[in-house]
Write a protein that binds this ligand. Structure first.
Ligand code: G3P
Ligand code: MG
Length: 351
């Protein structure tokens, strides 16, 4: 693997441009890297009119495993090394939000088996539980599922009747929407205790006072995303819509929630700080940020977020957005076929 690790001696001068790449639909289609992605990274590795390496980050609404694991997997796919501060995924931003809940009991949704528990624990959550733990505690919580042996192996023994859940974090896309929607409804309606009767409507009653409201946090708002199927797939935003539709049918109203991930301001602010850290690592103290170009395939997340952050935005035709369906909902600085054309256009513009 060629290394794109910049040697500070080679790069005394910070270039006038930096890139932030979305991943799914821009650099890869599922397990397949796009050829244009490898050509784009070769340009950033020095084969460009600036005659120097050009810095970049990867910013994805994906996740479900630790940053290290996904970063190394991507480096192998793209055949370029990536340093830790070049990779941000949907739930990375939670590292800056963990204090409030570090010692509380939290429910972590999404990903395979207990992968997201391990990610939550690596961020500092000390009591992170999964919906498979809940099913192992009492299978009657959802009678239409039987834990596989691998699922059972991933569970922790917890008595949820004695374990008040303070917050629910949807880290990645849930694998069993029915099981997860049922349990999220149980936790919220039970004021944190699964199986406790919902407090009655008048908020004065004793049990209503006991029942704290549970915080609900989603890490990726994508209704659609592009994998290796020819049509976009529904994402975590679709799970949120499904949950809210069921909860509203049960209670008469949707449940309030916090949203992270592109296009939210918190995620772009977090990314801008990571870029500063990366530039500092390459060139020493950063006096001012270069012009940042976000290259994305989803107008609702990549382009909307970049525009709101004051970055330049380039929309590609290799992912969710299909130009045959009319103009994008969020106007990019430029629209191109693929990530290689995006990089060439932006460098030309900054020369
Ligand atoms: O689950 C990943 C998907 O929602 C989008 O990923 O890389 O296009 O932001 P990405
Ligand atoms: Mg994408």
């Amino acid at each position: 693997k060629r290394s794109i690790q910049h040697d500070a001696r080679e790069l005394a001068k910070q270039p006038p441009v930096a890139f932030v790449f979305d991943i799914d639909g821009v650099l890869v289609h599922g397990p397949q890297p796009l050829d244009a992605a490898k050509r784009a990274l070769a340009i950033l590795d020095g084969a460009n009119p600036l005659g120097t390496k050009i810095p970049y980050l990867l910013l994805t609404n994906g996740g479900g495993v630790g940053e290290e694991i996904r970063r190394k997997r991507l480096a192998k796919q793209l055949e370029y090394d990536l340093s830790p501060n070049q990779y941000i995924q949907s739930h990375t931003v939670l590292k800056s939000a963990v204090d409030k809940y570090a010692d509380e009991h939290v429910l972590v949704l999404g990903g395979k088996f207990a992968d997201c528990r391990y990610v939550a624990e690596s961020y500092g959550f000390k009591n992170a539980y999964t919906t498979l733990d809940v099913h192992a505690w009492n299978p009657a919580v959802w009678p239409f599922h039987e834990l596989s042996s691998m699922e059972r192996e991933s569970t922790k023994a917890v008595d949820f009747a004695q374990t008040p859940i303070s917050a629910i974090f949807v880290f990645h896309d849930p694998r069993n929407w029915a099981l997860d929607i049922q349990i999220v409804c149980d936790v919220i309606q039970g004021g944190g205790i699964i199986g406790r009767r919902p407090s009655n409507q008048d908020k004065q009653s004793q049990d209503a006072a006991e029942q704290k409201s549970v915080e609900l946090v989603f890490c990726n708002p994508d209704l659609l995303w592009r994998s290796d199927f020819e049509r976009p797939r529904i994402g975590q935003g679709a799970f949120r819509e499904a949950f809210q539709a069921v909860f509203k049918a049960l209670t008469g109203a949707e449940y309030p929630y916090t949203q992270y991930g592109k296009p939210t301001r918190a995620t772009y602010k977090f990314a801008e700080q990571m870029l500063r850290d990366h530039l500092q690592e390459l060139y020493g103290p950063v006096r001012e940020l270069p012009q940042i170009y976000m290259v994305g395939d989803n107008p609702e997340s990549d382009i909307a977020g970049a525009n709101a952050a004051g970055w330049s935005s380039i929309l590609v035709h290799t992912g969710v957005y299909d130009p045959r369906q009319g103009p994008p909902m969020h106007q990019p600085t430029q629209e191109v076929e693929d990530v290689e054309e995006a990089v060439r256009w932006a460098i030309e513009r900054e020369m």
